[in-house]
Design a protein around this ligand. Structure first.
Ligand SMILES: Nc1nc2c(c(=O)[nH]1)N[C@H]1C(S)=C(S)[C@@H](COP(=O)(O)O)O[C@H]1N2
Ligand SMILES: [Mo]
Length: 508
């Protein structure tokens, strides 16, 4: 009967073999591409298989750190399974070996199932698993008390631990080297540095100085690019070389069109201020940002392709397989729906879609803002579904009129007297017509709107409250031309959260 200590050593052997597997896998992925790294491939498959409630939980709990949390969770699960493989292998080699083979096969299939998978996508997982198997066999043979090990137990133990530590260290070096070299070799960053963004054919209307409400604690009207929220399913940021990029427009069209990067740069480019928002943004949340985009009107491209008869949707597709279903009408009704190449006058940041992404005013990102876009297929809602629709979200996602209080912060104390309450409201492509603030169950008070930057952008507001000491709850609501936003509370699934943002404050 194996003792508890033997089990511990066997688990260590499994861990070391697991790390070797990952290290070799990530080194082989230097040849086959970052999305074939077993850790990345399994994580991506997991992301794709994630049901709507779990995505919602991850986004609302971890925000844009959800990828880091996923990565840590994945590594912990893999290491636990590797330890189990070690324990099994020590009892009976075939059991442990079977577990390693199954794990390797799962990782290989995950990599081969990625939308951008090449023929060798499974190689890192397969080669890694073979290296792991060989390591595990060597280490299990060296377990103290294993058959054919005549030396005194203490000596055996030391030899085993040395071999295990060496294997584990080599594995870690492999993982670190693979990742570091891979990150250095990512081509898009240098391609981006070489891009010259042409001047707009149509410039955006000048932004009034008063778009910023001028209250400390209310974020800038223009979101700095490096603070812009990032939401996507990509565990490694797709690296797209503009010189080989092209966009194919096909499906229900009279003429198929292929657009190259050079043609895009030479076309008429429109500049527009648009506030992008994520459907997973909870009430009061910050998965939203406002920027100046530059791009070719998608309507111009569709006019060349000439959509046929009863087409009512454009299914855009990214290099990494993400898809979005955008109503054809939203792309052709004259709003600034763009194939964007620049944010704030600079080439798109790689994680925000370099070289080309879509930006459509008034629609949540998941149905409109495809990054790294390479394909537009004109089709019908009745015939096709997009990435998130297949996971429980609505096929159409117009942005809901919303508002949030940014000052005062929740749970803070403010001195009695004049208290400035301020924040942001948005109703992209409809426009904010008013914002009101309510104290507890009192009546609604009109806030002052800051200057309007564009009908597709958010709008800041402030209200001065004559506050007496006590505990209060503040509520905000915004109005668009159709009337005030709803106070009915709804979660983000299936088509965006509703309800009033509220803040509790103590007046002293
Ligand atoms: N290729 C790709 N594009 C994508 C997504 C994605 O997962 N993959 N996510 C969409 C979602 S849900 C949102 S809210 C916006 C976010 O854009 P940002 O990361 O530039 O803020 O991108 C959209 N475009
Ligand atoms: Mo989103």
């Amino acid at each position: 009967m194996a003792t508890r200590r033997d089990t511990g050593l066997a688990a260590l052997a499994g861990l070391a073999a697991g790390v070797v597997t990952l290290g070799v896998g990530s080194l082989v992925a230097l040849i086959t591409g970052p999305s074939t790294d077993p850790l990345v491939a399994v994580g991506s498959a997991f992301v794709d298989a994630t049901p709507a409630w779990l995505k919602d939980f991850a986004a609302s709990t971890f925000g844009t750190a959800d990828k880091v949390v996923l990565g840590i969770g994945e590594v912990l699960v893999i290491l636990a399974l590797a330890a189990l493989a070690g324990v099994l292998a020590a009892r009976r080699w075939a059991w442990g070996a079977t577990l390693v083979v199954v794990l390797g096969a799962v990782a290989a299939l995950a990599a081969m199932g990625r939308p951008d998978a090449g023929t060798l996508a499974g190689a890192p997982a397969v080669v890694g698993a073979i290296a792991g198997l060989l390591t595990l066999r060597e280490l299990v043979r060296r377990l103290p008390g294993a058959p054919g090990r005549p030396r005194p137990e203490g000596v055996q133990r030391r030899a085993f631990l040395q071999a295990t530590a060496a294997a584990g260290a080599l594995g870690v070096v492999g993982v670190v080297l693979g990742r570091a070299i891979g990150a250095g070799a990512r081509g898009a960053q240098s391609a981006r540095a070489a891009v010259r963004i042409p001047s707009p054919t149509t410039t955006a209307a000048p932004v009034p100085a008063g778009v910023d409400v001028g209250v400390d604690g209310v974020g800038p009207w223009q979101t700095p690019p490096d603070e812009f929220y990032r939401i996507d399913t990509a565990l490694v940021v797709p690296q797209v070389d503009p010189s080989t990029w092209s966009l194919r427009v096909h499906g229900m069209v009279e003429e198929e069109v292929t657009l190259t990067w050079d043609e895009l740069l030479e076309g008429d480019l429109v500049e527009a201020w648009v506030t992008l928002a994520c459907v997973s943004n909870p009430v009061g949340g910050d998965l939203i940002g406002n920027q100046k985009w530059l791009g070719m009107p998608i309507a111009d491209l569709l006019a060349r392709a000439r959509p046929t008869g009863d087409a009512d949707m454009v299914l855009s597709r990214s290099v990494d397989g993400f898809t979005a279903s955008t109503p054809l009408a939203a792309l052709t009704d004259g709003r600034d729906a763009l194939l964007a190449i620049a944010m704030d006058g600079e080439p798109l940041p790689v994680e925000h879609g370099f070289p080309v992404r879509m930006v459509v005013p008034g629609l949540y990102g998941y149905v409109s803002a495809t990054k790294w876009v390479t394909e537009l297929r004109v089709t019908r809602f009745a015939d096709d579904t997009a990435y998130w629709t297949e996971r429980g979200w609505s096929a159409e996602g117009p942005i809901k009129t919303q508002s949030r209080i940014e000052v005062p912060r929740p749970g803070t104390s403010v001195p009695a007297g004049s208290v400035v309450v301020a924040g942001t409201a948005w109703a992209q492509h409809r426009g904010i017509t008013g914002v009101q603030v309510r104290v507890d169950q009192g009546s609604w008070n009109d806030a002052t709107l800051a200057d309007d930057g564009s009908i597709d952008s958010w709008r800041q507001w402030s209200w001065t409250w004559d506050a007496e000491p006590g505990e209060y709850q503040l509520f905000v609501r915004a109005s668009d031309p159709q009337g005030p936003q709803t106070g009915a509370v709804a979660g983000v699934i299936p088509d965006g959260a509703t309800g009033y943002d509220t803040v509790r404050v103590t007046v002293t």
